[in-house]
Design a binder for this molecule. Structure first.
Ligand code: HEM
Length: 445
């Protein structure tokens, strides 16, 4: 079997959405399709291979607008992928996200029986994502996507979610997002933390060496698995009014409120990290891409006086903190886009609107990357000796959890954390390389 040497990424075979950060600002549309007829499904793959963008020429400005295509396990089955090939996919992927609810702590309001139809159902087969810097360019990208499935009897569009960067270019809780990205060896796309050496390509692209030194398990045959990766889509509803009420109820002044929000996130809303400006916000730093992710924790903040160990960003990526295990084995590429109207500034009552984040994770290891981070770091506190305390932002809290904010002379302990993020549904998908899309189109079973 021929394997590319380290660093030798075939960018023209890897889908753009795998390696390239989304534009900022952005407009995006997620489309879910069902394959009712396998021949139509294969024709869809053939057309998709002509409209999906590759990761080649990552710095070209025209490359900011693209379509990507991925399939659920049920989608691969609907295309007639042979059984021995189906059996070779990661077992978490074979089960699908809804079946993994217990491991992901998708319980109570977030449990699959409460998900939005058709999310989590077996007729979600193909996910098309169109992304562009603005609604006009999105429309022309969408037009390309439509050409792939329209007038194909046997393909039905079953769900659509539009996403737009908010006027503030922040996510709904008010924080700058899309700051921290790992560098991937051989991608030509720089990471954002100069203190983090690039990760081996095999962490994010199948068929290449990973951080363990070997090749991650790749679906068979090579023609299907190579240069593909796994994608996790999750629609996360955000309770903005509840978040604001909690901040207000637990602080003594507007400044104190901002500090509390920053302690929960690990960054001020401007994006400025507490690690670099622990006492006051620094919007210039927050906006400065060269500096706003240039920090580690161990040397001068082992205890978490600046960035609490339980804050969202320190949990999701403890960097060089002393935590059990090897942080580099649990890194994730994220592609979040906001959906729904913003809750006007200052409003503390819920207006009933659906708003939140379409969360997307990219990685070669569903189990040790996404599922590990979600279950061991976001929804447990054991790794930082915080018992069952969960992530204050995206954890599946139920009103009993808390956050310890180390302070001198005495730490502050936030209590009664409600759930600010409710899972509305999602799916585990496989994003094939471009040649693999054509392999799927040529299936003869
Ligand atoms: C609605 C839910 C969520 C919101 C509002 C949210 C918001 C944010 C924000 C504002 C940042 C800081 C900006 C940045 O570094 O790009 C961030 C970072 C991050 N988030 Fe989330 N997030 C959410 C859910 C999640 C979930 C469910 C996970 C993982 C399972 C996650 C993983 C991460 C990671 C890995 C980082 C980067 C940490 C670092 O490298 O410093 N997030 N998130």
């Amino acid at each position: 079997m021929l394997r590319a040497a380290n660093g030798d990424l075939e960018l023209d075979d890897i889908q753009s959405g795998v390696l390239r950060p989304r534009p900022a600002p952005y407009a995006a549309t997620y489309l879910l399709l069902r394959i009712d007829d396998r021949r139509a499904g294969r024709e869809l793959m053939r057309r998709a291979s002509n409209v999906v963008a590759s990761a080649a020429r990552p710095t070209s400005p025209a490359a900011d607008a693209w379509v990507s295509a991925s399939l659920s396990f049920q989608g691969l089955k609907a295309l007639g992928v042979p059984q021995d090939s189906l059996d070779s996919f990661a077992w978490e992927f074979q089960q699908g996200m809804a079946a993994r609810a217990k491991a992901l702590d998708d319980i109570g309001e977030s449990s699959p029986e409460n998900w939005e139809t058709p999310l989590g159902m077996p007729d979600v087969h193909v996910v098309l994502t169109a992304l562009a810097p603005d609604p006009q360019r999105l429309e022309s990208v969408l037009e390309r996507a439509r050409k792939a499935y329209q007038e194909l009897t046997g393909i039905t569009a079953i769900w659509r979610q539009d996403c737009y960067a908010l006027p503030t270019e922040r996510e709904h809780f008010g924080f700058r997002d899309g700051i921290s990205h790992p560098a991937v060896e051989g991608s030509g796309i720089p990471g954002t933390n100069p203190g983090e050496p690039p990760l081996k390509a095999g962490e994010f692209v199948l068929g290449h060496r990973d951080e363990m030194g070997g090749f991650p398990p790749m679906p068979r045959p090579d023609a299907l698995g190579r240069n593909g990766t796994y994608i996790v889509f999750r629609k996360l509803h955000q309770r903005v009014a509840a978040f604001r009420q909690y901040l207000k109820a637990n602080s003594s002044s507007p400044d104190d409120e901002e500090l509390l929000a920053a302690k929960m996130m690990g960054r001020w809303r401007s994006g400025a990290p507490l690690a670099l400006c622990p006492l006051h916000d620094d919007p210039e730093l927050g906006a400065d891409r060269r500096r706003n992710n240039d920090f580690l924790y161990a040397e001068d903040d082992a205890i978490g006086y600046k960035t609490p160990a339980g804050s969202h960003i320190r949990r999701a990526n403890p960097r060089d903190s002393a935590v059990p295990g090897v942080v580099r084995l649990h890194r994730m590429i994220r592609r979040g886009t906001a959906y729904g109207p913003p809750l006007p500034e200052g409003v503390l009552e819920d207006d009933g609107a659906d708003r939140g984040l379409m969360f997307a994770f990219v990685g070669a290891h569903l189990g040790r990357q996404f599922e590990f981070v979600q279950s061991e770091w976001v929804n447990s506190g054991a790794f930082i000796a915080a018992g069952d305390a969960k992530d204050p932002i995206s954890g599946s809290n139920d009103g009993t959890g808390g956050l310890t904010v180390p302070r001198r002379p005495v730490r502050k302990r936030l209590q009664g954390l409600p759930r600010f993020v409710v899972v509305r549904g999602g799916e585990y998908c496989f994003m094939p390389g471009l040649r693999a899309l054509r392999w799927l189109a040529d299936l003869q079973t």
